[in-house]
Write a protein that binds this ligand. Structure first.
Ligand code: DGL
Length: 265
């Protein structure tokens, strides 16, 4: 039995991190929880986000995970430190890797951050970017309409394009060369986001960089799966299975994923 890596998000957003993990960590088993029933977290209080994140981590702890990836910027911003203190498996978040990728790529150190209202209000990205690059200029923008569009499976629609364009027009006139997708749901809207930003702006998603941190932690803790064959990933949702499954099949290009229901209090 290969001990799995747990991955959590408020909904389907963390699948963007799972996609990279499946490519770069082909020997590892994964268990995913999407709390679709209570999504979006981005418009909830910090207390709620913390409580829900602890509940997901507890559920995965009972499933004997060997490490946890908080594949949700909102939960990372609010709950990362608390989760690290409460559980004895290693925990990786998405904000430090996202900020690192942006700072390393930006030529001008003028960086836009797109995120949920809770993430932007927490200033977690703004603080992390300045910590890594003290003279950077950060342009934060919360985009509360984006996550519901993705959860409804409407990320490819023309309407989504209009919503994205309207929201990003708030950045018109700002002169940044990088836009961080500071919410793991946003890569599903990337085509619309790209079209709505000036062509020379590069888009950074923290997913790829996060997998680097996962690899590092697996090695440091000596918990890389070297021998045993991995199990197929298991996906739990707290919401309706059909909508969740449709997005898993589309985004991860899977035909028959193992989707299960989970009740959290
Ligand atoms: N995918 C999440 C994030 O990265 C949360 C979105 C939400 O539930 O508002 O922030």
């Amino acid at each position: 039995m290969v001990r799995p890596i747990g991955v959590i998000d408020s909904g389907v957003g963390g699948l963007t991190v799972v996609k990279e993990m499946l490519i770069h960590l082909p020997n590892e088993s994964l268990i995913y929880i999407g709390d679709d029933k209570r999504c979006p977290y981005g418009s909830r209080s910090a207390e709620e986000v913390l409580k829900f994140t602890i509940e997901m981590a507890e559920a995965l702890s009972e499933m004997d995970i060997k490490m946890l990836v908080i594949a949700c910027n909102t939960a990372t911003a609010i709950a990362l430190e608390e989760i690290r203190q409460r559980f004895n498996f290693p925990v990786v978040g998405v904000i430090v890797p996202g900020a690192r990728a942006a700072v390393a790529t930006s030529k001008t150190q003028k960086i836009a951050v797109l995120g949920t209202t809770r993430t932007i209000k927490s200033s977690a990205y703004q603080n992390e970017i300045i910590k890594q690059s003290p003279y950077a200029m950060v342009y934060p923008l919360d985009c509360p309409e984006f996550v519901p569009l993705v959860e409804k499976g409407q990320y490819k629609s023309r309407e989504a394009g209009v919503v994205v364009e309207n929201r990003l027009s708030k950045l018109n006139g700002e002169n940044f060369d990088i836009a961080i997708l500071g919410c793991t749901h946003y890569p599903l809207l990337e085509a619309h986001i790209k079209k709505s930003l000036p062509p020379d702006v590069q888009i950074i998603s923290s997913a790829v960089e996060t997998v680097r941190d996962v690899e590092m932690v697996l090695t440091e803790h000596n918990i890389v799966n070297k021998g045993l064959l991995r199990q197929a990933p298991v996906f739990y949702t707290t919401g309706p299975q059909a909508a969740f499954k449709a997005i898993v099949c589309d985004w991860l290009e899977m035909e028959n994923p193992d989707i299960r229901s989970l009740m959290l209090s």
